[in-house]
Design a protein around this ligand. Structure first.
Ligand code: HEC
Ligand code: HEC
Length: 151
């Protein structure tokens, strides 16, 4: 009697193990199918494919905005201009003082307004980190399809 119970118990355990293994295998294989790693199908112990370097696009006259109030894209390279506590390299050309001489567009008036609506003499700390909103562009194919239509 006791022996019998034990054997049903082992049988149950065996069945459960097989069931769990099957579920895990199905989940794992569908996860593998769904997610395409950035490494592509390169073997784990091989070096990843070299990342293709793209040159930053220089667009004379600026890049067309896709929607009203879009922070305009940066139409030039930016790696030489640093933004630190001590100074803002972008403002060397885009500030009220410099823009005419540098033939650069002046930062928007909104950039001098602080969070209380007061207009300041220098760029507001809300707009200090230019590259938080303005990004340079490269000539490359979009990574994913984008059907966004601006106005
Ligand atoms: C050496 C001067 C200079 C510096 C420094 C500079 N820019 Fe510019 N920037 C320009 C000029 C000139 C243009 C206009 C280019 C054109 O329209 O052909 C421009 C255009 C832009 C525009 C496009 C504006 C629009 O209305 O389309 C943005 C945005 C911009 N710059 C952001 C930046 C940011 C962010 C930095 C710092 C990382 C920076 N710039 C540093 C000279 C400069
Ligand atoms: C929080 C986001 C944000 C930050 C940070 C920011 N901008 Fe802008 N910028 C905008 C938006 C939005 C516009 C378009 C509307 C406007 O002018 O306010 C703009 C417009 C501009 C323009 C075009 C102005 C015109 O009249 O066509 C220039 C040039 C510019 N920004 C440069 C800068 C520079 C340089 C910095 C850093 C000192 C900076 N921005 C920081 C969001 C930002």
């Amino acid at each position: 009697m006791f022996k019998n119970i034990k054997s049903t118990d082992t049988l149950f355990k065996k069945g459960l193990t097989i069931f769990l293994l099957a579920v895990t295998a199905i989940m794992f294989s569908s996860a593998v199918m769904a997610v395409q790693s950035l490494r592509g199908d390169t073997a784990l112990d091989a070096d990843a494919n070299k990342v293709v370097k793209h040159k930053v696009d220089t667009v004379e006259g600026g890049i067309k905005r896709s929607f009203k109030l879009q922070p305009p894209m940066v139409p030039h390279t930016v790696e030489k201009y640093s933004i630190t506590l001590k100074g803002n390299g972008c403002m060397k050309c885009h500030s009220e003082k410099a823009y005419k001489k540098e033939k650069a567009p002046k930062v928007g008036d909104s950039h001098y307004v602080d969070r209380d609506g007061k207009t300041l003499d220098t760029v507001s700390s809300r707009r200090y980190f230019c590259n938080q909103c303005h990004a340079p562009q490269v000539k490359s194919e979009p990574l994913v399809e984008n059907v966004f239509e601006g106005i």
